[in-house]
Structures are given as structure tokens and as C-alpha cells.
Design a protein around this ligand. Structure first.
Ligand SMILES: *[C@@H]1O[C@H](CO)[C@@H](O)[C@H](O)[C@H]1NC(C)=O
Ligand SMILES: *[C@@H]1O[C@H](CO)[C@@H](O)[C@H](O)[C@H]1NC(C)=O
Ligand SMILES: *[C@@H]1O[C@H](CO)[C@@H](O)[C@H](O)[C@H]1NC(C)=O
Ligand SMILES: [Cu+2]
Ligand SMILES: [Zn+2]
Length: 196
């Protein structure tokens, strides 16, 4: 909260990551996805190419392990062990981000705001995987045997590991504000000692 007020991290107060990135390198679908922390949730943006036209299930899977391609990323990130759903469902996996839509060039433009995933704590997606599927995610409503586990989204066509985005922890201008704040704080302390 203090970070929103002052725009920087106070020393000795652990500060959450502000942005993360995933480069999809494994599979036919390639691209880059950004996860930016905002006051309304995590803003997910980017482009993924090499897709068939239409909707494709888009999830966070549990493991950032690409040793066997997208197969080794495990299943949907689901720390509360509940059923699969859509991004707006009251019951969903933390990793359920719904669908992305590819145009006739096979490119999906991603612009999703999600209030469940996080860049820190229990719902943190750092070190896990972004995954794109061959088919649409039915958001748990399709009635197939795998609708409530995977959204019946089919094969894994692209994935990447989510990592901390460079220069997202602190930047030049907040440090200047930080220094100014320290000077003000020191002045208040010194003034307080003079008075009392
Ligand atoms: C996300 O954060 C990065 C790093 O601060 C920044 O370069 C990028 O423009 C941000 N993207 C959006 C959509 O805000
Ligand atoms: C979820 O809600 C947001 C905000 O109302 C909306 O833009 C989005 O299309 C919804 N997603 C789904 C899959 O219904
Ligand atoms: C598909 O989207 C990409 C990215 O916005 C754009 O460059 C491309 O022109 C679009 N293709 C079509 C057929 O609209
Ligand atoms: Cu998936
Ligand atoms: Zn799921």
C-alpha cells in the first residue's frame, strides 16, 4: 500500500514484483506475454503467432519445466484444488485465463486484466508456465469428461516460463523520490529531537 502512496519501496519492507514476462519458445506458437501489476489486478498483454484462426485456451500451468516441451509443465496452476472454470467463474483454477483469439494471420493480440493471478505470494505465477492450446477452452461448461479439468482445450501448441522482467523491481526516478523522502523523514526526526 505504501508503494502506491509514495511510488517506491520503503527500505526493509519487502516489495512485490511489478512486472513479469514469458517468451513462448516451445511449440509452434511463439510470442511474448507481459504481466504488469496494476491497482486492479495483473494486466496481461502481448502477441502470440503461429496459431490457427479462432479461440485458443490460455492458462498458467504449474511448472516452469520445458525439458519435455510443453508436456512437462504439469496441469493448470490450481493451489486450491478446485474445478476448472473461466476467468470470471466463481470457481476456477488460479491459472484459468480463458481464451485468446487469433486472427486470420494466426496472431492473437492479448489484453486481459485478471484479479486472481499474482506476481507474489500464494497465487504467484513466477517460475510457472504460460500455455496455449490448439482448441478453445470451454470454460468448464462443455460437458466433456475433461471440461472440469482442462476446459477440453486439446493439444499444447506453445508455452514459455514466466520470469521477472528486467528493470521492473526499481527504476531511476523512484530512487530519487526515495532519497527525497529519506531527507524529509530525517528532517522530521531531527526536528522532533530538537523540540523534545
Ligand atoms: C509493463 O511493464 C514493463 C516494464 O515496466 C513496461 O515496459 C511495459 O510497457 C508495461 N506494459 C504495459 C501494457 O503497461
Ligand atoms: C470477463 O469479464 C471481463 C470484464 O467484464 C470481460 O471483459 C471478459 O470478456 C469476461 N471474460 C469471459 C471469458 O467471459
Ligand atoms: C492480425 O493481427 C496482427 C497484430 O495486430 C496484425 O498485424 C495483422 O495485420 C492482423 N491480420 C489481419 C488479417 O487482420
Ligand atoms: Cu492449459
Ligand atoms: Zn483450469
Amino acid at each position: 500500500m505504501l508503494r502506491f502512496v509514495f511510488g517506491f519501496c520503503l527500505v526493509a519492507i519487502a516489495c512485490a514484483q511489478e512486472a513479469a514476462i514469458s517468451t513462448l519458445t516451445s511449440g509452434d506458437a511463439k510470442g511474448t506475454v507481459y504481466f504488469n501489476k496494476t491497482s486492479d489486478g495483473i494486466l496481461i498483454t502481448g502477441f502470440i503467432s503461429g496459431l490457427t484462426e479462432g479461440d485458443h485456451g490460455f492458462h498458467i500451468h504449474s511448472f516452469g519445466d520445458l525439458t519435455n516441451g510443453c508436456t512437462s509443465t504439469g496441469s493448470h496452476f490450481n493451489p486450491h484444488n478446485v474445478n476448472h472454470g473461466g476467468p470470471n467463474s466463481s470457481v476456477r483454477h488460479v491459472g484459468d485465463l480463458g481464451n485468446i483469439n487469433a486472427n486470420s494471420s494466426g496472431i492473437a493480440t492479448i489484453d486481459i486484466l485478471d484479479s486472481i493471478i499474482s506476481l507474489s505470494g500464494e497465487h504467484s505465477i513466477i517460475g510457472r508456465a504460460v500455455l496455449v492450446h490448439a482448441d478453445p477452452d470451454d470454460l468448464g461448461l462443455g460437458g466433456y469428461e475433461d471440461s472440469l479439468t482442462t476446459g477440453h482445450a486439446g493439444a499444447r501448441v506453445g508455452c514459455g516460463v514466466v520470469g521477472i522482467l528486467a528493470e521492473s523491481e526499481s527504476s531511476g526516478s523512484p530512487r530519487i523520490v526515495n532519497s527525497l523522502f529519506s531527507i524529509v523523514l530525517t528532517s522530521i526526526v531531527v526536528a522532533g529531537r530538537l523540540v523534545f
